[in-house]
Design a protein around this ligand. Structure first.
Ligand code: TYD
Length: 338
């Protein structure tokens, strides 16, 4: 008997890696990928599985209740919600899009869960909802203290998810992942932006003193973590999924410069800091570990492999960077780099 999972935002970075993993490792699961194809939803991310008979694509926006209902015309067992606006810098430029997708879109899906016979709803969230963590590690029970329009929108979505669990007994779970890297990441985020700029022999814009700390997780570990929580997690629970690789942005920059054969003096531009920049994120992942999930990838090897992927897949990122991304880059960085 096959089961169908509706994956929203499956043409994005983490969603596409999750779908590839599920099709490979869960032979009885069919995937219905519901994606609005906004700037980061790229069919090329799943070109290799697009003709798999267990994979189908439905173009739609999670804010559009009618489109969601149409996608749910066939029996769906589970919804995994990856659909989100996810970039802090863009949320500073245009917060409304974040409120719409990350809060209203989540609400539309939760309403669909109530109406249809959905037995599991997993919300993919972020460690950024805990806000800046000066010391120690955030636990799932810690208060939320988001500080950017992006993280506040994700926190709003998380709270709606838990409220539906409490009020309507909706079968919900949440994962909160740390900063993710790997193949198919839109080149607006730190690692793919810096790698592709360095490969193009362009400078990289390092915000502020570069001593901000992020905990890096490879996308395959993150996707496996979401799958593990989907299959073994308990309803109404939140699970942190972190890589266990805290690094300053300066350290990441140094590693990428070395791997791309570029020098700090010629290729790093120190630019004005991001407004409201969170200094440090750090999560305690003991709860997911107790359920049997731990990240597997060695950071140095996986980062090296990631740089190699971008080096060998210019046909994937070059059209992105010369297209609509170029306009965004101008708006975000022209003044900073001047
Ligand atoms: P990012 O990849 O945007 O993820 P997030 O803000 O969600 O953690 O940024 C990761 C870190 O890198 C963050 O501290 C900001 C910094 N950064 C730069 O210094 N320069 C850049 O151009 C970008 C995109 C990020």
């Amino acid at each position: 008997m096959s089961r169908t999972w509706l994956v929203t935002g499956g043409l994005g970075f983490i969603g596409s890696n999750f779908i590839r993993l599920v099709l490979k490792e869960r032979a009885d699961v069919r995937i219905l990928n519901f994606d609005a194809m906004t700037y980061a939803g790229n069919p090329a991310n799943l070109a290799d599985v697009s003709s798999d008979p267990r994979y189908r694509f439905f173009k739609g926006d999670i804010c559009d209740a009618k489109a969601v209902d149409e996608a749910l015309a066939e029996p769906v067992e589970t919804i995994v919600n990856f659909a989100a606006e996810s970039h802090v810098d863009r949320s500073i430029l245009d917060p409304e899009a974040f409120l719409r997708t990350d809060i209203l879109g989540t609400h539309v899906l939760l309403e669909a869960v109530r109406r249809k016979n959905i037995t599991r709803f997993l919300q993919v969230s972020t460690d950024e909802v805990y806000g800046h963590v000066p010391e120690g590690h955030s636990k799932e029970t810690d208060p939320l203290a988001p500080r950017s329009p992006y993280s506040a929108s994700k926190a709003g979505g998380d709270l709606q998810v838990l409220a539906y669990g409490s009020t309507y007994k909706s079968p919900v779970l949440i994962t909160r992942g740390s900063n993710t890297y790997g193949p198919y990441q839109y080149p607006e985020k730190l690692i793919p932006l810096f790698v592709t700029n360095l490969l193009e022999d362009k400078p990289v814009p390092l915000y502020g003193d570069g001593l901000q700390v992020r905990d890096w997780i490879h996308v395959e570990d993150h996707a496996r973590g979401i799958l593990h929580i989907l299959e073994h997690g308990h309803e109404m629970n939140v699970y942190n999924l972190g890589g266990g690789n805290p690094r300053t942005n300066l350290e990441i920059t140094g590693l990428l410069l070395a791997q791309c054969g570029r020098a700090f003096d010629t290729h790093v531009r120190r630019v004005a800091d991001r407004p409201g920049h969170d200094r440090r994120y750090s999560i305690d992942c003991g709860k997911a570990a107790a359920l049997g999930w731990v990240p597997r990838r060695d950071f140095a090897a996986a980062l090296n492999e990631t740089v190699g992927w971008y080096r060998n897949n210019g046909q994937w990122w070059r059209p992105i960077k010369s297209g609509a991304f170029a306009d965004y880059f101008k708006i975000q960085y022209a003044e900073l780099l001047r």
